[in-house]
Design a binder for this molecule. Structure first.
Ligand SMILES: [Ca+2]
Ligand SMILES: [Ca+2]
Length: 492
C-alpha cells in the first residue's frame, strides 16, 4: 500500500474509507488547494480567528497562535500601550534637553532658552532671543546688561531699572549714603550719580570735601582789598588805612609820626622778617592804639611802618576817619600833644615819649595849631584857630582873608594919598622956604625940614609896630590881629 503524501503545511487525517489532508493551524487552503499562511489579521485553525492586535501599533500577528508582535514603542498583548521611553534607562537625552514621551516614541527637546544647533545639541539662545527654541525676541533697552534666554527678563546695568531697564535710578533719593562725606552733594545722572562738594568746598580724595581757601587765589574771591578765609566761604575786608565793610572801603586820612622811647628792645627787631619784629610791631601797635583811641574816637587804626633800634623808634601812621568823625583831626592833635608830653608802656617797659611829626619835634612849646596843620590842612577860606581850648579850622572873619584884595587896594590907595599929601607938603614947604629965603635975602638961611622928617618917622613907626604884633601872636598861637593881616602882603 502506497503512502499518501499531503502537501506542505497540511497533515493527513484518516477518515472512514478515505483520508483528508487538513491544513495545519495557521494555514488555510487556497484556491489551488494548497495550504497558505493565514492572511494578515487572522490566525488559528483554517485562519478562522481574527487577530486582537492594535492594527496600527502591531508589527505582526502570529498566524498560528495570534500573538501580537508590537512596533517599537508599543507593548502589551494587543500593542495598545505606549512605552514611556523617558522612564526607561534606554534613553539618555543630551545636555540642556529633556525627554518627552510621545505615542509610540519619545523626543529629546531642548530646554526653554536653548535651541538645537547644527550638531544636534542644545545651545543657549543668542543674546537677543529667548524662550522655547529661542523663538522670542528680547525687548530690553541698551541699559540692560543681558536678557534672560529663558524668559526674556532684562537684567539691568547698575543705575537702571524698569522691566526694559528704561528707568534711571535716582541714587540720591534711593540711597542716602551715596555721598557720605561732609559737605558732599549727590548729583543724579543717567545711569549713575556723582558726588560733588557744596559751594566753598573742594574734593579731597573721593570721599570728603574740604574748605577752599579762596584767599589763596584772586580768581576765587571777589575781594578788592583784604580777604580772610572762612570754613565754607570767605570774607572781604578793608586794608589797614581804609574803613568800611566788605568791598565798600573808604580811604582814611593817615598822619605819619615817629615816636622814640628809651626802652630796651631786642636786637632781633632790626630784622623785619623775624618773629621778634612781628611781635614788637604788634605790641607797639596795641600800645599806641590803646593810648590814642580813648581821646580819638575817629581813630580807626595805628599802622606801624617800621621799628628801629635806638632805643626804640616807631614810625607809624594814625589812620583817622574824618568823614564820620568831623572832630577826629582836633582829637588827634590833642592826643598827640598829650602823648608827646606823656609816657608809653611797651613790653612792660614804661618810658617818656619823644614825638616827631613831619620833621617837627612836638613838645610842651609846640603850638597846637602847628600840630593841627600837620594833621590836616584847613580848607579854603579857613584857618586853624584855638576855640574852647582846642585847635580847629575856623572860617576867616569877613574883614580878613576873603576881603584881601579890597584891603590891598585900600592900603595902596591910602599910601598913595599919604605920599601925595607928603609931596604937596614938601613942595609947599620948599616953595615957602624958597620964598622966605628970597624975601629974607641972605639975612636968615637956618630953617630945617622937621615936619617932613617927622612924617616919615611916624610911618616907619607904624610898620615896626605891625611886625612886633605878628611875632607876639605867633608865639601865643592865638588868632592874628587884623593889623597883621593888613600888612601880610608886604611881609618878606
Ligand atoms: Ca541715576
Ligand atoms: Ca573757604
Amino acid at each position: 500500500m502506497s503512502q499518501v503524501t499531503c502537501p506542505d503545511h497540511s497533515e493527513c487525517m484518516n477518515t472512514v474509507g478515505s483520508y483528508e489532508c487538513q491544513c495545519l493551524t495557521g494555514f488555510v487552503k487556497n484556491s489551488t488547494g494548497l495550504c497558505a499562511e493565514c492572511p494578515e489579521g487572522t490566525h488559528g485553525t483554517n485562519c478562522s480567528s481574527y487577530c486582537a492586535c492594535n492594527s496600527t501599533n502591531v508589527a505582526s500577528c502570529d498566524h498560528v497562535n495570534g500573538m501580537c508582535s508590537c512596533k517599537a514603542g508599543w507593548e502589551h498583548v494587543t500593542c495598545d500601550d505606549d512605552i514611556d521611553e523617558c522612564n526607561t534607562s534606554r534613553v539618555t537625552c543630551p545636555a540642556q534637553s529633556e525627554c518627552v514621551n510621545t505615542a509610540g516614541s519619545y523626543a529629546c527637546l531642548c530646554l526653554t532658552g536653548f535651541v538645537k544647533n547644527s550638531t544636534g545639541l542644545c545651545a543657549e539662545c543668542d543674546k537677543d532671543t529667548y524662550g522655547t527654541s529661542c523663538s522670542e525676541q528680547c525687548n530690553c533697552t541698551l541699559n540692560a546688561e543681558s536678557c534672560s534666554h529663558v524668559d526674556g527678563a532684562c537684567v539691568c546695568k547698575t543705575g537702571w531699572n524698569g522691566s526694559r531697564c528704561e528707568n534711571d535710578v535716582n541714587e540720591c533719593l534711593t540711597n542716602q549714603s551715596s555721598c557720605p562725606g561732609d559737605h558732599m552733594i549727590c548729583v543724579n545722572e543717567f545711569g549713575g550719580f556723582n558726588c560733588t562738594c557744596e559751594e566753598g568746598y573742594t574734593k579731597n580724595g573721593s570721599n570728603s570735601c574740604i574748605d577752599v581757601d579762596e584767599c589763596l587765589n584772586e580768581r576765587d574771591n571777589g575781594c578788592k582789598q583784604e580777604c580772610s578765609n572762612t570754613i565754607g566761604s570767605y570774607l572781604c575786608s578793608c586794608s589797614p588805612g581804609f574803613v568800611g565793610s566788605g568791598n565798600d572801603c573808604r580811604e582814611l586820612t593817615r598822619i605819619g609820626m615817629t615816636v622814640e622811647m628809651q626802652i630796651t628792645a631786642p636786637k632781633a627787631i632790626s630784622d623785619n622778617t623775624s618773629e621778634t619784629y612781628k611781635e614788637w610791631k604788634y605790641m607797639a601797635k596795641n600800645a599806641l592804639y590803646k593810648k590814642l583811641k580813648p581821646q580819638v574816637p575817629g581813630l580807626q587804626a595805628v599802622i606801624i611802618k617800621s621799628l628801629r633800634l635806638g632805643s626804640l623808634v616807631i614810625d607809624y601812621d594814625a589812620a583817622i576817619d574824618n568823614e564820620t568823625h568831623p572832630d577826629a583831626a582836633t582829637d588827634l592833635t590833642v592826643a598827640v600833644m598829650d602823648l608827646a608830653k606823656g609816657q608809653l608802656t611797651i613790653d612792660n617797659q614804661t618810658a617818656n615819649v619823644s614825638l616827631t611829626m613831619n620833621e617837627m619835634k612836638v613838645d610842651t612849646t609846640t603850638l597846637a595849631c602847628d600840630v593841627f596843620k600837620t594833621v590836616t590842612p584847613c580848607p579854603a577860606k579857613q584857618e586853624c584857630q584855638i576855640k574852647d581850648g582846642a585847635p580847629g579850622c575856623q572860617a576867616l572873619t569877613p574883614d580878613s582873608g576873603d576881603q584881601r584884595p579890597l584891603y590891598i587896594a585900600g592900603v595902596v590907595g591910602g599910601l598913595f594919598v599919604l605920599a601925595t599929601v607928603l609931596v604937596v607938603i614938601v613942595t609947599l614947604s620948599l616953595r615957602r622956604r624958597r620964598a622966605s629965603t628970597k624975601k629974607a635975602s641972605a639975612k636968615d638961611n637956618g630953617r630945617d625940614t622937621v615936619p617932613a622928617e617927622r612924617t616919615f618917622t611916624s610911618i616907619s613907626g607904624k610898620l615896626q609896630r605891625s611886625s612886633s604884633d605878628r611875632a607876639a601872636s605867633v608865639a601865643s598861637g592865638s588868632s592874628l590881629p587884623s593889623s597883621r593881616r593888613m600888612w601880610r602882603p608886604y611881609s618878606p
